[in-house]
Design a protein. Structure first.
Lengths: 478, 239
């Protein structure tokens, strides 16, 4: 057996005989099982609620009798984003952003089904996800287990004996690194099981494997840091203090600094604030329900010229439907302009926060984890865009019916004339214009490409700490 | 005859402070040499230079005739080192400790050979399967010596080997050292125990303030006179 493996095996034997390590292991195992179960239950619960809401909304929509098409615009229906399998491990931004949108005419609704209940369940315990445990608690546990990995040898004098009998310090450090790698390997078992479960439920093997690799890299960074500190300081208590300080800094302080920096650099008002600002501009567009609104005078002139007509009654289509479609298009352009601006700001904020991953492996792994799980901001934004495209097509489909199936004369007097009102009703069979919306997560390669930067950050950390370990081993003395 | 250990005008300056100054002595094969001195005299530092952990600022140290600076691996492979606190793993029993250290030293040793070495140092059989955290210091010292025997190194460096041992254990330890020397092993021990040094050593060097200020040698078949050494030690310390 090689010396490095012997050293690692001895370390494992020490840990296996240590009650502290066993107790810590049990605590983590329980936490992971409980959080995995709670997160999976919550995700399933929400999926069930979403499906029920969707079925109910669709049934209501399809059950509508013959109606005026514009009335159907306001019945609307839902676009749902089913969380990808790895969301049970890392719900990412889903817990805040929501995963379903009610689609209706003239407005872009906010996504719903955000995880508002987290915090109410079990006093906030439900908010702790398996990803949180990996990102925050496992490094702490690694510190508790490993901070004395070399200093214990120094303090007990065995380091002197080992070095004096010709043991190379690099081999010794290598053996200790292998020992810590063994612990990291054991820590990866739960995420491996969850990734395998995800893969069995349709998650691409690449993203599932990268998720495990990403957390392996992250925990390896912590293991390398622990070993480096153990090599560079001379007292176990000092090493523990230094490592806890680094944990506080990188896991708690830097991420918040990153968020503050992102918010300070990019002032991104929320949807409600930007909607209020947009209202003023929206009013200038005119009211699509009123075909006589002066805002549509230019359009009227252009259309009349196009068809060689003197007045709208002479047009071959329903002028009211034309205005409804035109108005919806203008309104949608405006709303999209604001939405795109807001999403660009949010994406820039997110990019700034991710860049703080150079200073915090916790931030880096969080970004990689959300991206690979398909619960990152970019995925949410794509959902918003696709849902909006769906909404627009749906509303314009009804506006087309309004313009082509109804006469202007009937439409104009339908409030006063019951017969005309009857003739403005479109056959209920037309309501089947709803697309069967299925949000598909980004392909594995795209997610992997987006996760490349944070994963590279982790790799950079590992290389840097590897250098510190080699330098520390070279100057190792009893 | 090539000395097993030799310090030639050894000087060491650390952080601007002279720790050793022009120290010269030799330890012959089969000889027990005790380096005596008070706290901070430079005794342990001298041992560390033979192990290559500290490089001389001036002069040299040699192991079996080769400068440690030129062949530190060769020096370490010839030496068994026992730090002041006999340093083995408390969570392992005697067999596991021996097995681990020997494994790292690339020596394959059978359980029977371990028992033979442990018999030689008189470690009770019933204790050998117990974790070392329950051992007395004397028992740990014995196990550490057994490790040196099994590594079969010709040289032992001992740092305060009897500190903390009771008188009976000290006598046992001295007998064991004499047996090892009789078998041809060279022993360099550093201690501040004048009586113990005179009991067991063939020669005693007196170290003070990093300088070797006295040397005492037993007449043939006799022990070094404790009173003489004690007087020199006390005088130098008082000075």
């Amino acid at each position: 057996m090689s010396a490095g493996l012997s050293i690692a095996r001895e370390e494992w034997r020490l840990w296996a005989r240590s009650r502290v390590v066993l107790l810590a292991g049990v605590i983590v195992a329980v936490l992971l099982v409980v959080t995995s179960a709670l997160t999976a239950l919550r995700v399933a619960d929400e999926a069930e609620a979403r499906a029920a809401r969707q079925a109910s909304a669709e049934a209501t929509f399809l059950a509508q009798p013959d109606r005026h098409p514009h009335r159907m615009v306001h019945y609307g229906h839902y676009a749902f984003r089913t969380p990808p399998p790895l969301a049970a491990f890392d719900p990412g931004v889903d817990a805040v952003t929501g995963q379903s949108i009610f689609l209706e005419g003239h407005r872009q609704n906010t996504a719903m089904f955000a995880d508002a209940r987290a915090g109410a369940d079990l006093g906030g315990f439900a908010g702790l996800t398996p990803a949180n445990i990996y990102q925050l608690l496992l490094p702490l546990l690694l510190i508790i287990i490993g901070h004395g990995v070399l200093l214990r040898e120094r303090e007990s004098g065995t380091l002197a004996v080992l070095l004096a009998q010709g043991q190379s310090a690099l081999t010794l450090a290598g053996g200790k690194a292998l020992a810590l790698a063994g612990v990291v390997g054991a820590f990866l078992l739960p995420v491996t099981a969850l990734a395998a479960y995800g893969a069995a439920r349709g998650e691409p093997a690449l993203t599932a494997a990268l998720m495990v690799a990403g957390y392996g890299l992250y925990l390896a960074v912590w293991a390398a840091l622990i070993l480096a500190v153990s090599l560079w300081v001379r007292q176990r208590s000092v090493a523990l203090g230094v490592l806890i300080f680094v944990w506080l800094l990188t896991a708690l302080v830097v991420p918040r600094l990153g968020i503050n920096a992102g918010s300070a650099a990019i002032d991104a008002p929320g949807k409600i604030e930007s909607d209020l600002v947009m209202l003023a501009e929206q009013r200038k567009l005119g009211d699509g329900h009123n075909a006589a609104d002066p805002a549509f005078a230019a359009l009227q002139k252009q259309v009349l010229e196009q068809y060689g007509a003197e007045k709208v009654e002479e047009l071959p289509m329903n002028w009211r439907g034309v205005v409804a479609g035109y108005s919806e298009k203008k309104l949608t352009d405006l709303m999209n302009q604001y939405a795109e601006k807001r999403m660009a700001q949010e994406a820039e904020q997110s990019r700034i926060v991710t860049l703080f991953g150079f200073a915090s492996p916790t931030l880096a792994v969080g970004a990689a984890s959300r991206t690979l799980a398909g619960t990152d901001l970019a995925t949410h934004h794509r959902f918003l865009r696709e849902a909006e495209a769906l909404r627009f097509d749906f509303v314009q489909g009804l506006n087309d019916l309004h313009a082509t199936k109804l006469t202007f004369a009937d439409d104009a007097k339908r409030s006063a004339d019951p017969e005309a009102e009857k003739r403005t009703r479109v056959n209920a069979a037309a309501w089947r214009l709803l697309d069967d919306f299925r949000f598909v997560p980004d392909p594995a390669a795209a997610r992997a490409a987006r996760a490349a930067l944070p994963l590279a950050m982790l790799l950079g950390w590992l290389v840097l700490l590897g250098g510190a370990i080699v330098a520390g081993a070279r100057r190792l003395r009893p | 005859m090539i000395p097993a250990l030799e310090a030639r005008s050894l000087s060491l300056v650390r952080d601007g402070t002279t720790v050793l100054e022009d120290v010269s002595f030799t330890v012959a094969p089969g000889e027990i040499y005790a380096l005596l001195g008070g706290n901070g005299a430079g005794k342990s530092t001298t041992l560390l230079t033979f192990l290559g952990f500290l490089a001389p600022s001036c002069g040299s140290v040699l192991v079996n005739g080769r400068a440690v600076a030129e062949d530190v691996d060769g020096a370490r492979s010839a030496i068994a080192y026992l730090p002041e606190a006999a340093s083995l793993y408390g969570h392992l029993d005697a067999y596991e400790n021996l097995g681990y250290f020997l494994d790292l030293a690339a020596r394959k040793v059978s359980r029977a050979a371990m028992d033979e070495a442990l018999d030689q140092v008189a470690l009770p059989r019933e204790a050998r399967g117990r974790r070392m955290q329950s051992y007395s210091k004397g028992m740990r010292q014995k196990t550490a010596i057994a490790l040196a025997l099994l590594r079969d190194t010709p040289i032992l460096l001992l740092d305060e080997p009897t500190s903390g041992l009771d008188p009976v254990a000290i006598d046992e330890f001295h007998d064991m050292l004499k047996g090892l020397a009789d078998a041809g092993r060279s022993v360099l021990m550093v201690t501040h125990d004048v009586y113990g040094a005179c009991q067991v050593a063939d020669r005693v060097g007196l170290l003070r303030g990093g300088r070797l200020v006295g040397s005492f040698e037993a007449a043939a078949g006799e022990r070094i006179d404790t009173e003489t050494v004690h007087a020199a030690f006390a005088a130098r310390e008082a000075a």
